[in-house]
Design a protein around this ligand. Structure first.
Ligand code: BYC
Length: 479
């Protein structure tokens, strides 16, 4: 058992607030993982960023405003460490078979395998996203964007540390082996891919990156919120702290997409046309292509919630390992023994809605929360079009569009929600998802802009900069 403080000790080799110095075995284990992590960062972290001085936010304590410490950091020298919010020893489990019992400060033997699996799956996504984004720095549209990319990358690295700490501290030898594996699987690797589908997809350009941080990081928000309810208190506390950082990642995504759409509207005015060809000739991404990117990234991200009907999810819930979004605020028995939840299913080539036992529909319920939240951002995006007098409107595709997980994986579904034949799907695919030609066009816009105050022509500058600085501040200094 370690002693936890709110302030982080940066004089240690591994900065931490978990009293690592008092637990020599754990300290040694983590110190032997650390060089492997740094090697991984050098090889698969942000490409060609060594020696960059970046204006970054670093956590100094886990108190409310503790991480809001901004300063220039030399890129590879960022100090990753272990920060856990203080335990609330009175906290009780709010759902499932153990409802009302004290939260566990150690792993209950019977749930060891399930917990390890959840932690490994969560941990696997963090380095995966860094790998997916590793080449983007080379084509950054501005210093502001480059700084945000690195901020997100170092935080994903820290989130990996958070999961590795749990594996090392609570799961003994198999935890240490899993921690090694987290550095051995790689995004898109044919032999050792990352665990979840979305994390093996490429992020080839900045529009994909904004979509990823809008849609896929938002899955992170919902999954972390569900894990923040966990009866295993160290996991719950870690996820609470991670969630504060997730909010910034989604902000980068949402404002990024808005800035791209805003610039498109401006170019439409400049070229006096809404013809996609003219818009492209004017140097912006046409709205139709932005919509295809939305379709792609939304569909990849809704897959991350798993099957509509899942016994895994029911077991996690019953066991008190993973709850629902804002579990404690929900007004029900938190046992779900007799309640139902409406679930969309594909049956005989048709989409039907059926009431299913709520316990087995926990994944679907989280997906419902996620979709509602995603929709709100699309509404804000449409306000930008409206304010420019543009009639076009973005939409989220149907939740069954382009799915690879769940009951609709076996059928083809249009963005509108109609089930169609495989031939129709193949014939119209290029209208709904980015084609090779669309990707190549967006690729042509990706030119590196690193002069303070300058920004690429396909994106509008942000409304404000970071931490009260102007947007054209020199956020990254190259040595
Ligand atoms: N790809 O019973 P089911 C983030 C598998 S993102 C591949 O529904 P379950 C971040 C599933 O594993 C948040 N496989 O599964 C964002 C299962 O396999 P087995 C990440 C998939 O367990 C941006 C089988 O299908 N955190 O933090 O209820 C940047 C049956 O499915 C997928 C978590 O996900 C898929 N998409 O639900 C950086 C939280 N979906 O048992 C970071 C932890 C399902 O047949 N993970 N499968 O071998 C979980 O809670 C669950 O593992 C899942 C799946 C919700 C993902």
């Amino acid at each position: 058992m370690t002693v936890e403080h709110s302030n982080i000790d940066y004089s240690e080799r591994i900065p931490n607030n978990v009293g690592l110095a008092n637990n020599r075995r754990l300290q040694r284990a983590l110190e032997s993982w650390q060089p492997n992590y740094l090697k991984w960062w050098q090889e698969l972290g942000p490409d060609r960023s060594s020696g960059f001085n970046v204006y970054l936010r670093t956590a100094v304590s886990v108190e409310r405003d503790g991480w809001a410490n901004f300063d220039f950091v030399n890129m590879p020298d960022y100090r990753w460490g272990i920060f856990l919010a203080k335990p609330d020893l009175e906290r009780t489990i709010s759902f499932g078979d153990h409802k009302g019992e004290k939260a566990w400060q150690d792993v209950p033997g019977e749930y060891r395998a399930s917990l390890r699996r959840l932690i490994v799956t969560q941990g696997d996504t963090e380095p995966a996203s860094v790998e997916q984004q590793r080449h983007l720095g080379i084509t950054c549209p501005s210093l502001y964007d480059l700084r945000n990319l690195f901020q997100i990358n170092v935080e994903e690295g820290r989130h990996l540390w958070a999961m590795v700490y749990l594996l090392h501290a609570y799961f003994g030898r198999d935890g240490r082996e899993e921690a090694e594996m987290l550095l051995e699987r790689h995004s898109g690797d044919a032999d050792k891919p990352r665990i979840l589908g979305a994390f093996n997809e490429p992020t080839p350009d900045w529009l994909s990156y904004y979509m990823f941080t809008y849609f896929t990081d938002r899955d992170g928000k919902y999954q972390l919120a569900a894990l923040a309810e966990s009866g295993f208190d160290p996991l719950a506390r870690t996820c609470q702290f991670m969630l504060t950082e997730e909010a910034h990642h989604m902000f980068v995504g949402e404002t990024g997409i808005i800035r791209v759409a805003q610039r498109t509207c401006e170019v439409m005015k400049e070229v006096h046309s809404d013809d996609p060809k003219m818009v492209r000739a004017g140097g912006a991404v046409d709205l139709e292509t932005i919509q295809k990117y939305i379709n792609l990234h939304f569909s990849i991200s809704v897959d991350l919630f798993g099957q509509e009907i899942s016994t895994n999810a029911a077991t996690y819930f019953n066991s008190g390992l993973k709850g629902r979004f804002q579990e404690a605020r929900l007004d029900d028995d938190h046992l779900l023994s007799n309640s139902t939840w409406p679930v969309l299913q594909v049956q005989d080539g048709r989409i039907i809605i059926e009431d299913r036992p709520a316990l087995s529909a926990v994944n679907e319920r989280l997906r419902d929360d996620y979709i509602k939240d995603s929709q709100r951002g699309v509404g804000r995006l449409n306000s930008v079009l409206e304010s420019h007098g543009v009639e076009y409107r973005f939409t989220l595709p149907h939740r069954f569009f382009n799915r690879h997980i769940g009951s609709s994986a076996a059928v083809s579904v249009k963005p509108s929600g109609a089930v169609i034949s495989e031939d129709e799907w193949q014939a119209q695919l290029g209208d709904w998802l980015p084609t090779a030609e669309d990707l190549a066009f967006v690729g042509t816009l990706m030119n590196r802009v690193t002069e303070p105050g300058k920004i690429a022509a396909w994106i509008a500058p942000p409304v404000r900069g970071v931490n009260g600085k102007p947007w054209d501040y020199e956020y990254v200094r190259f040595n």
